[in-house]
Design a binder for this molecule. Sequence first.
Ligand code: R5P
Length: 286
Amino acid sequence: MVAGSVSQKLASRLAKELKSELIIPETKRFPDGEIYIRLPGEVKQKHVLVVQSTCAPQNDNLMELLFMLDLTKNLGARKVTAVVPYLAYARQDKRFKPGEAVSIKTVSKLIARAGADELITVDVHESKSKRDFSIPLRNLTAMPLLGICLKKMKLKNPVVLGGDQGSENRAQIVASKMGADADYLEKRRLTPTKVVMTPKSLDVRGRDVVIVDDIISTGGTVVEATKILKRQGARKVYAACTHAVLAGGAEKNLAAAGVVKIIATDTIEKKVSLVSVAPLIAHSLG
Ligand code: R5P
């Protein structure tokens, strides 16, 4: 297994799960910013996993991934599996406006052409993304693991809410592991400029609430939801997600809105990565 620079903890947990050798590439920057990479290990005739998230700085981390894939293939690996737990550009999966780049398609071509025989990722933004890849794509979900972690936290009469109807299924998976109720936040337009968000059918008064999403990026979605839930009498609000992108001042804004804790995975290695997706990935390879 080859551990990319931003996924070293995950790669080492995965190597332990799979009882496989861990190769840490030697990387450095040339004075002009270019990336140097060397693989100090034997990959010839082996099935090699290259583990690298494409979190910020996305383009640098993507480039490092491409170098590692090409190098591994070039050094004679029999099969190369790209493990990209957070797949950058997955949100730009169609031309929303005429003339826009469909960035995920470009990323998929690069990963395949660089030498990956297959790709494993976690909670990719759109499950339809499969059609953008010319190599087999395994999209795993971390929702059961988040549910198991939340169950241990012994929340009070908890309700799990998807941030929108699209997240209802995620909320249901998490809730089923916790033995909790699930619902989603419904957006209703009152006037052309005024939108209200409210749980579709459950009352949150006096209950602990977990808002579940695939990504927390700016935190805007969860901040808005939290403010509303607090007004509706929610006791404590938790935010659970697979990918803690946490751009800008997201953490500060979430805390100010009343989120007591963020529970995320190590697809992006952060302080809030309380859940590891290593067992999930290992199981999918097993
Ligand atoms: C949207 O479709 C996604 O599932 C997330 O809700 C969104 O990316 C979160 O973004 P932010 O944290 O910036 O509101």
